[in-house]
Design a protein around this ligand. Structure first.
Ligand code: NAD
Length: 259
């Protein structure tokens, strides 16, 4: 299927690896002019070169911390007025809510709620003017089924989800869509760190914890960042203009509800 977005400009945040990288690669394969960002210059530059080689489409890059005003300014200077915005950042640490002070909450809110809102604010008006815009926020399956130790994530991402639900309906008539893509367990570095922690707590090995987690998923496996990227690319396509304000769960069936 031709997604109809060749030549469009995309800013994909936090994309030197993992899910962000998967999204960047899928968009580049569709002929989109992609700019990626991540904090470490050597890593983001290498990823841009690797995606360029794999897709035949040059990828721009910028080293910045997207959760800071300065970092966002750098990203937007590298990719002014994108047609496509993929919001992403690292997730907050796990823990017990009794240990989280105001500063911990502000960090989580900054990264996983206010940063995407700031980037939407900076880019959406020109999308409206051009009558084309696609915004995908990478959130988490924890928005639908909260994970107890990830309270910072549950809270901050739910705030973003509520905000987006309102705004998405205000901009849809301009062919600007905003949707959230909710990952379940995808085989990335972040999942590896989570499973290593779980293995340590249970006094077992990483392999045992990984195999148990895979077996517990109805699909019997973890998702691959590439397949996450393909879903994102479809949501950014010309064909997805009627998908508005949705929370698309990609979790292999882990969420047990009927709806
Ligand atoms: P990852 O650790 O594999 O990759 C994260 C990427 O973000 C890296 O490129 C890193 O350099 C970049 N990054 C992190 N903080 C940044 C910042 N402040 N500024 C710029 N770049 C930054 O993680 P992932 O698994 O791809 O996760 C992406 C998001 O999805 C996270 O918020 C995570 O919590 C969420 N999530 C992931 C899973 C999963 O199973 N992988 C499940 C649910 C939610």
């Amino acid at each position: 299927m031709d997604l109809g977005i060749e030549g469009r400009r995309a800013l994909v945040c936090a994309a030197s690896k993992g899910l962000g990288r998967g999204c960047a690669e899928a968009l580049a394969r569709e002929g989109v002019d992609v700019t990626i960002c991540a904090r470490t210059e050597s890593e983001v530059a290498k990823t841009a070169a690797d995606i360029g080689e794999a897709t035949g489409r040059a990828v721009q890059w910028v080293a910045c911390d997207i959760t800071t005003p300065d970092g966002r300014a750098k990203a937007l200077a590298a990719c002014p007025q994108p047609d496509i915005l993929v919001n992403n950042a690292g997730g907050p640490p796990p823990g017990d809510f009794r240990d989280w002070d105001r500063a911990a909450w502000i960090r989580a809110l900054d990264a996983n709620m206010l940063t995407p809102i700031e980037l939407i604010k900076a880019t959406i008006d020109t999308m409206i003017e051009r009558k084309f815009g696609r915004i995908v926020n990478i959130t988490s399956g924890a928005v639908k089924a909260p994970i107890d130790v990830l309270g910072l994530s549950n809270g901050a991402r739910s705030g973003l989800t509520g905000f987006v639900a309102g705004l998405a309906r205000k901009v849809a008539r301009h062919n600007v869509t905003i949707n959230n893509l909710l990952p379940g367990q995808f085989a990335t570095d972040r999942l590896r760190v989570t499973l290593e922690g779980r293995a340590k707590a249970a006094g077992t090995t990483y392999d045992v914890a990984r195999d148990a987690a895979m077996a517990a998923n109805p699909s019997g496996r973890f998702g691959a960042p590439g397949e996450f990227g393909e879903i994102c690319a479809f949501l950014c396509s010309t064909h997805a203009g009627f998908i508005v304000g949705q929370n698309i769960l990609a979790d292999g069936g882990a969420y047990p509800g009927t709806f």
